[in-house]
Design a protein around this ligand. Structure first.
Ligand SMILES: *[C@@H]1O[C@H](CO)[C@@H](O)[C@H](O)[C@H]1NC(C)=O
Ligand SMILES: *[C@@H]1O[C@H](CO)[C@@H](O)[C@H](O)[C@H]1NC(C)=O
Ligand SMILES: *[C@@H]1O[C@H](CO)[C@@H](O)[C@H](O)[C@H]1NC(C)=O
Ligand SMILES: *[C@@H]1O[C@H](CO)[C@@H](O)[C@H](O)[C@H]1NC(C)=O
Length: 701
């Protein structure tokens, strides 16, 4: 190609430059935005534990967007630090995008995937079943996520640049199977094809900008539940995979605070349905003995059978898993043997009403049988939870009667019909969620199915949590369909987990028979996976051949203002007679050592008065030689924690504690801790305030 050049004496030269990148590069944009939801009082989504309400912030949530364009077609992938995503959320983002960019971004060319952190606020899925533990619809969470995802895509859209995209992979030992008894049910010949009962391959796309050869982004896919932090944690967090992203972004955005800097690095979810990060495995915490293999119980009780590790406590475990993922990602990014992607960008999408879907399957004896999906239903084992968080949704312990939302919907619970029982067999039905339409839908029936293709890379957006073997079958099916219809033998196929619609789990037919948690939560019945394999096979064939598929039935998006919500708004805040907001109730010591934790207590307002997106509830500041204070950490750092408590509901009083673990990398010097917040007076508008601690000295011994 020809380039304009100026030589040392300023003479303009026109030179012919030989470029090594013969292949047509793509236009790629990357963007990151803060999408942190309300950090207090809203139940965290994932463990379905009613009293696991937010009490502050450990790690901020981010949405990370990647746009790829070949000049003809454009596709978008977004990974969000949230437990999952749902149709209404994606629809709200698409509507907002279309106001700005018309039909550039649609449900069809955009995959929205949740990282599956169990430490982020819920109440945004709109389906009753999934919003119950949050006391219904939480518009603050919904709006926070909508804005964050939209902003991330907008930023990516605004920095599109000609770039090269590479694919590579490596193995990471950072997961175990939490339902090995279910996995064991799969056919022997099939299991023999694989090394173990989890996928440990981390697959990576890396993006290098042409103009300056700078690494601008990376997406890593790895199958692991983001449940290092267990159900005793009440701080909002992006958990192990979120922290892996923060480590990666800090590495390539040297000198930037977390959430800033132009390099964007995501760790996105994959077929993690039966995959746990708690690598020491389950143990009876009451006796130290092994749990029962098939039922994960200790003397018949599930609440004592808990998996932990690899660290000594849950924060250390999150850090160890994050570092393993980050280190491998860094090695892969530095490896220039990765395969460059070339070839057209394509996408295909279909809405599928799963309970109405009928397919033919071939039985072992050769007979062809017609099977269909079932209306959604949850089995009994769903209430038992998993070894990552036992006793989810445990009615027996009387928690239902403590929940006013449950009291309202309890009276509407419908018993399963004989057809339901037959269809879901051998699942004993606990909640016939597909039969209940009051006050509105309990679980989705119409799901999004989707494949994006970037050259020889196929990304499969799946509407839930595929188990390890379900994911393997899906990848094989899609790859075979691509290759047998003229696509490349080298096609790499990756599953983007928890994408677009959330419908709990997808276990294999064989795993389903055992009815552990994942089988009990396979909501469309025993043939759910076979139905999806058939749908995605058709999609892959059409994608390669360039055929169109039927759009399918568009799901309903209910009017958000009509959704049931028993979440109380913030009424007012007071600081008390003798205090002002931001006053320090407990100062740090005058001198602290590296290795200590500093803690400062402030008079605070309610964190829900302003979600502080793209801002911070705290800063750790270091006094510079010039006498100025420099921010060295915010509430997005792993080593800081923002903890909030209402000390008197009647008086509207509350306190915030800021904690800072002083790590080895902290330089000796003079520091202070600040807290930023907002309060709501009895009359008038919300006001912001700031509190500043006394300064203190950090010494290195
Ligand atoms: C928006 O897109 C539609 C179809 O893609 C097109 O018909 C219409 O003209 C576009 N509107 C604007 C304002 O560009
Ligand atoms: C959560 O992890 C902590 C260690 O950080 C442990 O003491 C506790 O037993 C765990 N609880 C559950 C329910 O997993
Ligand atoms: C780089 O990648 C190639 C191909 O995947 C692999 O064989 C090689 O070991 C890698 N090098 C490093 C340093 O990881
Ligand atoms: C094949 O197996 C199915 C289910 O076990 C059974 O209903 C059917 O009769 C069998 N067909 C033949 C030809 O044996």
């Amino acid at each position: 190609m020809w380039r304009l050049w100026t030589n040392a004496s300023g003479v303009l030269l026109l030179l012919c430059v030989l470029t090594t990148t013969a292949n047509a590069a793509y236009q790629v944009g990357v963007g990151r935005a803060d999408c942190t939801g309300p950090v207090a009082e809203i139940t965290l989504m994932g463990y379905a534990k009613l009293d696991q309400k937010g009490c502050g912030l450990h790690l901020r949530q981010f949405a990370r967007a990647f746009i790829f364009d070949d000049g003809t077609n454009r596709v978008v992938f977004v990974s969000i630090d949230a437990c999952m995503v749902g149709f209404s959320l994606k629809n709200a983002v698409v509507e907002k995008l279309q106001e700005l960019y018309n039909t550039t971004y649609t449900h069809e060319n955009f995959i929205l995937s949740g990282t599956h952190t169990h430490g982020a606020p819920g109440g945004f899925l709109v389906d009753v079943m999934y919003d119950i533990t949050e006391l219904g619809f939480a518009h603050e969470t919904f709006d926070a996520y909508t804005n964050g995802i939209f902003n991330a895509i907008k930023r990516a859209h605004e920095n599109m640049a000609s770039s090269r995209v590479y694919i590579t992979s490596g193995e990471v030992d950072a997961n175990i199977n939490r339902s090995p008894a279910s996995y064991d049910q799969n056919p022997e010949e099939e299991k023999k094809k694989y090394n173990g009962n989890t996928d440990q391959t981390l697959r990576q796309l890396k993006i290098i900008r042409d103009s300056d050869n700078v690494l601008i982004g990376a997406i890593n896919w790895y199958a692991v539940h983001a449940v290092s932090l267990n159900n005793t944690n009440c701080l909002v967090t992006s958990d192990n995979v979120g922290y892996a992203s923060i480590l990666l972004e800090s590495e390539y955005n040297q000198g930037s605070l977390i959430g800033q800097g132009s390099f964007v690095g995501a760790f996105a979810s994959s077929n993690l349905g039966d995959v746990s990060p708690n690598m020491n495995g389950p143990i009876c915490v009451n006796t130290g003995e092994e749990c029962d293999y098939v039922t994960s119980t200790c003397n018949g009780e599930n609440k004592y059978c808990i998996a932990m590790g690899p660290g000594d406590d849950m924060f250390e475990s999150a850090e160890i898993i994050a570092k393993r993922l980050f280190e491998k990602s860094k090695v892969l990014l530095a490896n220039d043997t990765a395969q460059e992607l070339s070839g057209p960008i394509k996408f295909i999408h279909q809405w599928v009403d799963v309970p109405k879907k009928q397919i033919d399957i071939q039985l072992e004896n050769g007979t062809v049988q017609s099977v269909s999906g079932c209306l959604p239903a949850m089995g009994y084992s769903f209430a038992a939870g998993t070894t990552d968080g036992p006793g989810e949704f445990d009615f027996k312990q009387g928690s239902s009667s403590d929940n006013p939302f449950w009291n309202i919907v309890r009276d509407f619970i419908f018993p399963p019909t004989p057809e339901d029982i037959d269809c879901h067999y051998p699942k004993p039905i606990l909640i016939a969620s597909g039969r209940i339409k009051v006050p509105y839908n309990w679980q989705p029936e119409i799901v999004s199915t989707q494949i994006l293709l970037i050259g020889d890379f196929a990304l499969i957006g799946v509407p839930g949590e595929f188990t390890t073997m379900s994911g393997r079958r899906m990848r094989d099916t899609v790859k075979n369909a691509i290759v047998s219809n003229g696509g490349s033998e080298d096609t790499e196929v990756v599953i983007a987990g928890l994408s677009n619609t959330y419908t709990s789990y997808i276990a294999t037919y064989e795993e389903y028979q055992l009815q552990r948690y994942e089988g009990a939560s396979t909501i469309f019945g025993p043939h759910t996976l076979q139905i999806y394999l058939s749908v995605y096979k058709t999609l892959a064939e059409a994608l390669i051949k360039g055929d169109k598929v039927d759009a399918g039935p568009l799901p309903e998006d209910p009017d958000k203002s009509k959704l049931l919500s028993l979440i109380t708004p913030v009424l007012f805040d007071t600081s008390g007679w003798f205090w002002n907001f931001g006053d320090v109730l407990e100062q740090p010591p005058k001198t602290v050592n590296v290795g200590d934790t500093v803690s400062v207590r402030f008079v605070a307002g309610h964190p829900r008065n302003d979600l502080m997106q793209e801002k911070t509830f705290l800063t750790v500041e270091k006094l510079g030689d010039n006498g100025k204070w420099n921010v060295i950490a915010t509430d997005a750092n792993f080593e800081t924690r923002f903890k909030w408590t209402r000390t008197s509901l009647i008086k509207g009083a509350s306190e915030a504690v800021v904690e800072w673990d002083i790590r080895d990398s902290v330089e000796p010097g003079t520091y202070r801790i600040c807290h930023m917040g907002n309060y709501k007076p009895l009359w008038g508008d919300i006001q912001s305030y700031q509190g500043i601690s006394n300064s203190f000295v950090v010494t290195s011994t």
